[in-house]
Structure formats: C-alpha cells, structure tokens
Write a protein that binds this ligand. Sequence first.
Ligand code: FUB
Ligand code: ZN
Length: 613
Amino acid sequence: MTEHQTKLHIWQGVSFTGVTINDRFWLPRLKVLRQTTLPDCLSKCEETGRIKNFAKAGGLLEGHYEGKYYNDSDVYKVLEGIAYTLMSERDARLEAEADRIIGLIAAAQEEDGYLCAYFTLENPESKWTDMEKHEMYNGGHLIEAAVAYYEATGKRELLEVACRLADHVDGVFGPGKRHWVEGHQEIELALVKLYRVTRAERYWKLALWLLEERGHGHGVGAIWDNPEWGPAYCQDDVPVREIKQVTGHAVRAMYLYTAMADIVHASGDSAYAEALHRVWSHTVERNMYITGGIGPSRHNEGFTFDYDLPNETAYCETCAAIAMVFWNHRMNLTFRDGKYADVVEREIYNGALSGISLSGDKYFYENPLASQGGHHRVPWFETSCCPTNLARFLPSLGQYVYAITEDGLAVNQYMNSEAKLVLASGLGVGLKQSTLYPWNGRIELEVNPAVSASFSIRLRVPEWCRGYRLEAGSVSISSAEALTDQGYLVLNRHWSPGDTIVLELDMPVDLVRAKPEVEADRGRVAVQRGPVVYCLEQTDHPGWSYDAFSIAAGAKFRVESLPELLGGVTVLWSQDEEGRRLRFIPYYAWDNREPGYMQVWVREREESGLYRF
Ligand code: FUB
Ligand code: ZN
C-alpha cells in the first residue's frame, strides 16, 4: 500500500486560507481567539514553566523541568494556533514571539534529533523505555506546529527541528529496528502532514508502521502495567485492521482513527476502511452524546460500555470532541458521505464549542450534560490539553466548510463566508455564502466560476433537517426533482458567474429522545433547533430546584433572537408542567453567567393540555 495509489473519486480538503469567514456567529469568536485566547495561552505557558522548560533543556537557563511530561505539547499547539492566525492576518508581534519560542525549542533539541524536554532534563537514561511517556505524542504536536508555521510564514526553522525529530524516530524504530506502540497516538497523523509538506516518503511509511505496530503485544510501560487499563486503553488490544469497537481513552482513539482515515484517503486500503466503518458506527450510534461528546468516564478519560451515557458525570473531554472533528472530516473526504459532516457540525456547535467561555479565557475540560451547580470553566489546568487544542482548532475552522469532489464541490458547513476554490478540473470558483446559520436555515450561495462551466455542487442536508426548499437561479426545485446522494442535494449543471442557489432548511424546535438503551435519558427529552442543542440554566429559573420540572411531549416553543444575550443567541421559550416559563439557551453558552445548575435532558410529561404558546 503506498500513497501513490490515490483514488480519483476521493474528495480533497480545502485549506482554511481559501475560506474567509465573515459570519455573525463565528467572527466574534475568532476575534476573541486572536485577541484573548492565544495571548492568554501563551502567558499561561510562560507562567507555568512550559516555555522555560525548553530553555532549560537547551542549557540557556538553570533549573529543573516543571509540570507534566507532556507539557511541551501545549506550547506546540499554541504555536500551531498562532500559525493559523498568521495565515489569516499577519501580526508582527505575535510572529516575533513565536520565533523566540521556536529558538528555545530548537535549542532544546539534542544532537541526534531527540526532543522532549522532560527526559532531557530529568530522566535522560530512560528515554524511549516507557511507551506511555508521550515522547512521540509531544513529537507529533511539534510536527503539526512546524508544518503549520512553515505554511504560514515560509520559515523553516521549526520544520527542520520537526524533520530532525522525525528522522531520529525513524532511525531508532521501524522494520528491523525497535518496536514501539506509542501510548498516546498523535504522531501518526502528524507524520502524514509532514509527508505531505516534504514529500519524503519515509514519513508516510513511518506513520503506517506505527499504526501497524498496535495490537501485537509490543506495548511496554505504565499503561500495560496497570491492570485497570491494559492495552485497550490506548487501542493496542487488536491490530488496527481488526478494530471492531471503540475502546479506552477517547482522545487517543480519535487520533488513531484520524490517522487511519488519512491512510485510507491516500491509499484506499480496504481493511483500514472496513475497520473505520465498524468503529465509526460503534462510536456514533452507541457511544456519543447528543452534544457530540464522547468518553463518559473520568476513570479512563474514555469509553465504558455501550449506551453508558450518564449526564452529570459525563466526562466528554473537549479534546475528544475536537478530535471527532478531525476524524469525521477525513471520513467525509474519504467516503464522500454527508453523515460525517453532520458529526463535524454537531461538534462545532455543541461539544467542542462548549469548551471555551465567551470571553475566550476560561475553559471546560469536561463537558457534562447536567450539573447541579458545581461545574465551572476555569482559566487553566495542570493538564491543559483542552485550552491549547481549542487555540489551534478554532482558527482553522474554515477548512471544514467545503470539499473538492470528483466533479465539482461540496458545501459541508453553512457559514457566512467567501471562498476561492480550485476544482479538480483546475477551474477556479469563487463562492459567497450568505446565511444567519445556525439560527436561521436560509443559505444563499453565489457561484462565481472563472468561466461558465459544468460541474456539480453538493449541498449537505443536515441530519436534523426534515424539510427544505431549493432554488437555483430563480427556478424552484422540488424535493422530488433534486437528486440526493449520501446526504447531499446534487446540482449538476452549467454554472455562470453570478448564479445563485438558495437553500432554505426548515428549522423547527425538535424534542429529541435518546435510544431506549440509554438508561440515563429514559423518560427525558432534549431540545434541539437546527444544529444547536439547548439546555436550561438555573439563572433563568430563579428559585427552581435542579430537575424539578418536566416538559410535555407536545410542548410548544417560541423562538426568540436575543442579540444582547450571551454574545447573541436564539433562545427557546416553553412552559413546564405547572405553566411556569422555561427558557432554553444553547448548550455551548452555559456557565457564562451566574453559576447554577444546568440540564440538557429534561423529564418528559405525557399530557400536553396545559401548554400554550
Ligand atoms: O495525555 C495528554 C492529554 O491529557 C490527553 O489527550 C488528555 O486526555 C489528557 O489526559
Ligand atoms: Zn484535553
């Protein structure tokens, strides 16, 4: 299996640099990210010694390593976020700070390419002995940052550091050399990125070899010694081609499947593809919350048994929701199915977005679906993977909006934006999306090909949507006429500059019920409108106790747009069994006001006579 067996019918991603988001929903968030989150993460990395660790390892400063052995990765993720931000808007001060940190990282790299500040400073004799110790995880984040920074600035210093590290790993491990099962996947997907930017095939081969190492009993270290964890914790229980079920630590699993999807995207390997289909169904159909959250258990930061989806104790790490985006995006490109972009949408408006406060400087690590009032966002964590993951994820959001298909393009996400795409045929196409999504389901798309040409435009019909109207030009197209394929409406026609498409997705309020197997949600409903999952917060219901109300099956809702509330939200009004007013707010926006309880799943009452709106 080589990368060169590329299948023509596989879709290609679009760099976020080709998409300018100018959306009322996202633009303020991206501004907060640039002005607050990134500087905040940088200062936290400085204050907590994460940046100084590199200076110390490089002999530029005296002292011991501070913090967890995987803390290098946070600095790399912030650099990656800075790189994406610089690609959208050059900022000399931010770039100078990034360059300074890159200098320290380069100084920390050992002669032979090894780079992991913890081992260099504290435990050099134990390098590459305990596979849980995140040496390759750190390296993977270094590689991702280096690729992004190179693409953003054209500067090679960090890329060269990353290549030296990858070459070091390649020199020590591989066929005929040492075995290694990295305890926390990440380097595999990063090596694919490194291969794409350098075209050095050894990186691609190393990624594949690392994936193939799993499930053959090579794992050694703390994970494997811990009887409560064992190999399934880091998905080392079966060879990757034989994966049937999602197991263990959620982020590790998602990064693994992301890399596997990269492999299928490039090579078409059918055993990998089948494993991915199996594990995707198992994850999404039995082990995912309505918010897109995954991994219910704090114990292993991951999965337990099917349909175990408790609400108050839901772990649902922010990183796992972000990693679901990475994986599902690649699944969409590889298997050309809108159901994967549906998951991306679910995560970006719910499970991932809930991880960051509206102010951009407080974070959730865990994203429960109910709280009696004790769960709050905080400014940082000892293990701060989630804030720094958000810092790199959000600025690259534009990449999820479109895909290049074999015969045109697909619109995967609806965001007010302008884009410049190049189709597989080489034709340049400008696109202007005008929409008030996620609050309103009307989307106008202006299509501007460089010259009039025939190609297809696919518009994703979200899974929550049960009715829509479509017009192309001024001609209305009925549902019966529009061809649908794997979750998309397909408009295959001749397009001229200025042609427009209007898609209006019905966006009623839906009462959602969980599958009966989900014990925690029996007799309960959740409220969703469009892609947004709603919740109730105590501050909107003063004097009421947690879970002391119910809603009727036939409850009516009033939809109200409140531009002043929570950065501008659409709230939903209804009534409980006693006729008291209920105000639902978007789940992602909870815990941005007075502390109090929150619930997504509300008890359901059968009878609906009392309810008027
Ligand atoms: O181990 C590195 C990161 O810390 C993981 O991805 C998170 O789940 C947390 O354990
Ligand atoms: Zn995390």
